[in-house]
Design a protein around this ligand. Structure first.
Ligand code: PLP
Length: 412
């Protein structure tokens, strides 16, 4: 018998962890479906999904089965050898998308790093090193590696980390005229989220993506979609781009891909993939059999028409619920997003207080997210039941009622 480990709590975080996060007081210890339980045994409805990751809820039986089966078979072999789960997952992702080639990584940042490097390499090989400029957008989020924060459009994430990689231009999101002025023969890629997630749950306009496609084609640049957050059923189709009818050259995805196991992918065409020839890029863990076996099970579940139909139905239900809460208390100024990636922007009177809503909702037993200081973000399980959606909405409403009832001074 091993000796029991000494207890840990939120306080331990401050003693042993780098302070780059400020986690909530609650420490979840168990999850099942749409629910979580903390160290004290309190139950929460999870409308956050670990930031749009656990799309099938917690401990989905099919994922547990895939994980346990693979766990006793083969965990890791490196890319010196290929493996069956990775090949099966890659084949499935090509069936579900425009793509015919797949590169696996472990996180959204790494998938984007691969995409940006591919764009540079491809342009360099085909057109020479002058064609290296990457165009991205204000408020975009592409991850936390140095290249990813540099392409991302939020200065707070690059401050103090200079010098940054160069050749990156940021434009206003959804501004077709600005894009037309900026894309030139020197552009190697335009990088865009079909719905800006971290930046405030702001969908691209169809005209904007169509313009990006046309300009990229005309100037021989790659159109890269960052579907790290919007992919894997989150918006009601397997990938969000299907709803825009505008096909990219490269697509990155992660978050929901593994249902909670770290895995990411970059998808592209055979022709473009050829530029990442042998030895040009790699990852020790990328495509490891344990992660890809779980992801394969997740992709199978998510891509079922019933799952995607549920995303759309629950999305409508939650949007309506948020709107009725907005009408009752004036906290939100409407609702936006796609499928089960939903943003409720704070009204003028409640500016900067999205965090207050999230904290109060947590005390009512609902975990949701912010997307910046002014947007409450809701990203529940894709297989959420109608009853759980209604219960979560009741808890959100109760939180907003409590905040709205506070004396005016504290609402100032
Ligand atoms: C979360 C996110 C990333 C970064 O993913 P990590 O796994 O944290 O590296 C990149 N792009 C988008 C759109 C994201 O939402």
């Amino acid at each position: 018998m091993s000796t029991p480990l000494p207890p840990v709590s939120r306080k331990t975080f401050d003693e042993v962890m780098v302070p780059n996060y400020a986690p909530n007081e609650i420490v979840p210890v168990r999850g099942e479906g749409a629910r979580l339980w903390d160290q004290q045994g309190r139950e929460y409805l999870d409308f956050a999904c670990g930031i749009a990751v656990t799309g099938l809820g917690h401990c989905h039986p099919k994922l547990v089965a895939a994980l346990t089966e693979q766990a006793s078979k083969l965990w890791h072999v490196s890319n010196v050898m290929t493996n069956e789960p990775a090949l099966r997952l890659a084949r499935r992702l090509t069936e579900l998308s425009f793509a015919s080639r797949v590169f696996f990584a472990n996180s959204g940042s790494e998938a984007n790093e691969a995409a940006f490097k591919l764009a540079r390499k491809h342009a360099s090989l085909k057109h020479g090193p002058a064609k290296h400029e990457i165009i991205a957008f204000h408020n975009a989020f592409h991850g936390r590696t140095l290249f990813a924060v540099s392409v991302g459009g939020q200065e707070k994430y690059t401050q103090g980390f200079e010098p940054l990689p160069g050749g990156i231009t940021h434009l206003p999101f959804n501004d077709v005229a600005a894009l037309e002025r900026a894309v030139t023969a020197r552009t190697c890629a335009v990088v865009v989220e079909p719905v800006q997630g971290e930046g405030g749950v702001t969908p691209a306009t169809p005209e904007f993506l169509a313009a990006a496609r046309e300009l990229c084609t005309r100037h021989k640049a790659l159109l890269i979609y960052d579907e790290v957050q919007t992919g894997n059923g989150r918006t009601g189709t397997y990938f969000a781009y299907e709803q825009f009818g505008v096909v990219p050259d490269v697509l990155t995805t992660a978050k929901g891909l593994g249902g909670g196991i770290p895995v990411a992918a970059m998808l592209t065409t055979e022709e473009i993939a050829a530029s990442l020839s042998f030895g040009t890029h790699g990852s020790t863990y990328g495509g490891n059999p344990l992660a890809t076996a779980v992801a394969l099970a997740a992709v199978e579940e998510i891509s079922r028409p019933e799952t995607l139909a549920n995303v759309r139905a629950r999305g409508e239900q939650i949007r309506e619920g948020v709107l009725s809460t907005a009408r009752r208390y004036g906290v939100f100024d409407g609702v936006r997003g796609m499928g089960l990636l939903i943003g409720a922007p704070m009204s003028a009177a409640w500016k900067g207080r999205a965090k207050d809503v999230v904290n109060t909702a947590l005390r009512k037993g609902l975990w949701c997210l912010v997307a910046g200081p002014d947007v409450v973000r809701i990203a529940p399980s894709l297989v959420l039941s109608e009853a759980d959606a209604a219960e979560g909405l009741r808890r959100l409403d109760a939180a907003c009622a409590e905040l709205a009832a506070l004396p005016r001074a504290s609402n100032a």
